[in-house]
Every structure is written in C-alpha cells, then in structure tokens.
Ligand binder design. Structure first.
Ligand SMILES: C[S@@+](CC[C@H](N)C(=O)[O-])C[C@H]1O[C@@H](n2cnc3c(N)ncnc32)[C@H](O)[C@@H]1O
Length: 320
C-alpha cells in the first residue's frame, strides 16, 4: 500500500499525487548517481529478517544465525555502499553498523517528553536513514512518513526497511519545503537537525504548524549556541566546518521563533554541549568528525572561532 492511502483524504490532492509520481520517476532513473545506491538497496531489500527489534539502543534487523557466512559477506558489501553512515547503531544479520552518531542517546533524551505515538500519523523531517523512524515504530504508530531529499539516505532507508518490512514506515524524496502540501495532516512532527540549515527558519516553523492537526505536537531539536539571550549566530561561511548553516539560535531564541510561528505551550526540555563521545569517526564513517570541527586548544570554540555547538530540545503544541 502507498503511504498516500494512509493520509487523510483532504491531503491526497492531485498536486501531491503528481509530486510523488515525479519523485518515483526521478529515483528510478538509470543514471550512475542513482544506480550506485539503488542497486545495493534492492539487493539488501531481497533479504527478510525473522527478528526485528526496534526497542533497544541498537536497531536489530535479523539475527546472525538467520543467514550463512557467505550471504553475510554479501550483505556487508551492500551495506558499505551507503558509507558514510551518519545515524545508528544498527545490527543487520549480526553485522554491527557503528555510525558516526550515537543516535540512541538523542532518542533516550527525547523519549520521556514524547506524546503518545500509538496510532498517530507522524512526519520525521530530514529522516536520514530512518534510525528514529525505526525507534518510533516500536510505539505502534499508524504511519511514520520520512521526508528526505538525499538519494543516498532514501535508498539506505529503503534497504533497511526492505529487510525489516515494517509497513507503518514510509519515505519520500521530499524536503521540509513540501510541508505545505500536507495541511492539517500529522499528529506529531519531528524537526531534528534541520532548522539551522534553513535560510528562513520562521517560515519553516510556520509550514510545520500548518502541517499539524489541531492539538498536534512538534518536537524540535537543533544545534544551538550557549547563552540565554534571544539571539542567533549567522556564520559568514561554515559553522563547525558545516556549509549551509544559516541561523544558529540560543534555546531562548528558538523558543521565541516557535511562539512567533503560532505554537503554544512551548518549552525547552533539554540542552547539552555536543561532544566527540557522541559524534565520532568510525569504520562506517571514516571522514572528519566532531573533534576535527573544534579547536584542539579550546573545546569551547569551533575551528572558525565561533562558540562550540550545544544541542537543544523543544516541544510545542498547535492549539486544539
Ligand atoms: C543534520 S541531519 C539530521 C538527521 C536527523 N533528523 C537527526 O536528527 O539526526 C539533516 C538531514 O536533513 C536532510 N535534509 C537536507 N535538506 C533537507 C530539506 N530541504 N528538507 C528536509 N531534510 C533535509 C539531510 O539529508 C539530512 O539527512
């Protein structure tokens, strides 16, 4: 079943159906940039895990004894095609995929503050390979739709969920900018690791607001600068070596943006400095990582001389 069939009827417009069809045609092109991910994705999706466990820190898709050593080597080669692995950990038929981020830690911080996800229609914006979507699946949602414009991550999720076969999880090659096509659609929207990449963060939050049902909840997680003033850093070029960073707010500034966008009951429920114990180079991500982004002689300062990043967690409600 297509995810479109699980959305409220008023959202299943000709415009959304046409966009979805266009995206499907696009990812199915026989061009090198697509085939390099589509081929391993399809090869992996041919495997089916007998045991799937999304309840613990490591998402487990199949036990070691479900396939023989020869097949495990094939699975490993296909998984390596998705390097660099940013989000995890996963264990796939006994192969431990130790991603750059220990994403389980973020999930543990969020968990006590989440609304009930059971039976809910959820969007995960910028879902990457779907690590958090798998963790959400353990709560028995009606649908989790991942928005992800990267072909690499799109096909990585398709591979993992081909193995897991969780029918409540779906992905489309969409960006946060497509949320206006989903008015009053989602009970819960996760906007994590995205807002500081947006040139117009309040417009993005307004789009999120529009896409929530009345009474719906947004969970926003962002890189932030330390401090209590309602201000945002605007880097000249990169921030902690990341290009495409626009406004890096304090938690207070982000709270004000959310209020301006229309949310009520806005609260900050977490904040911590980022560190190399949570984001680091591994066998599955062998490029630069956190320790390369920060001045070696001054851990409070990025390579560019800006305040080193914190992470903040906020939630807000759309009036019911
Ligand atoms: C910093 S990562 C955050 C991933 C995940 N949400 C998390 O919190 O760990 C940003 C993600 O957003 C995706 N992305 C890039 N442009 C986007 C857009 N316009 N709309 C939604 N997601 C986007 C990237 O491909 C990447 O997977």
């Amino acid at each position: 079943m297509e995810y479109l069939d699980l959305l409220p009827e008023h959202v299943r417009t000709d415009a959304l159906t046409a966009l979805h069809a266009q995206r499907q045609r696009w990812v199915n092109q026989d061009k090198k940039g697509f085939l390099r991910y589509r081929r391993p994705s399809e090869a992996l999706a041919a495997f089916h895990a007998a045991r799937v466990d999304c309840c613990s820190d490591t998402v487990i898709l199949g036990d070691t004894d479900e396939i023989d050593e020869g097949l495990r080597q094939q699975v490993r080669q296909h998984l390596l095609a998705f390097k660099p692995w940013r989000k995890g950990p996963f264990s796939v038929f006994g192969i431990d995929v130790d991603a750059e981020w220990r994403s389980n830690r973020k999930w543990q911080r969020l968990l006590p503050f989440l609304p009930d996800l059971k039976g809910r229609t959820i969007a995960d914006i910028g879902c990457n390979n779907g690590y958090y979507m798998f963790r959400m699946a353990a709560h028995r949602p009606r649908l989790v739709l991942g928005f992800e414009p990267s072909v690499q991550h799109y096909y990585c999720f398709r591979a993992l969920n081909g193995i897991a076969a969780i029918k409540e999880l779906a992905i489309d090659l969409l960006g946060v900018e497509h949320l206006p096509l989903f008015p009053a659609c989602f009970d819960v929207i996760f906007l994590m690791g995205v807002i500081y990449h947006r040139p117009s963060p309040i417009d993005t939050l307004r789009d999120v607001f529009t896409a929530l049902v009345p009474g719906g909840t947004v969970i926003v997680e962002s890189q932030a600068i330390p401090g209590d003033d309602p201000v945002a850093l605007f880097p000249e070029t990169t921030y902690a070596k990341a290009p495409g960073v626009y406004f890096v707010p304090t938690a207070t500034c982000l709270r004000h943006w959310m209020v301006k966008a229309g949310f009520e009951a806005v609260e900050t429920f977490g904040s911590h400095p980022m560190s190399s114990s949570e984001q680091r180079r591994t066998e599955w991500m062998d490029f630069e990582s956190y320790s390369d982004f920060i001045r070696p002689d001054d851990p409070q300062t990025t390579i560019e001389g800006y305040p080193a990043p914190h992470r903040v967690f906020l939630r807000g409600r759309k009036k019911g």
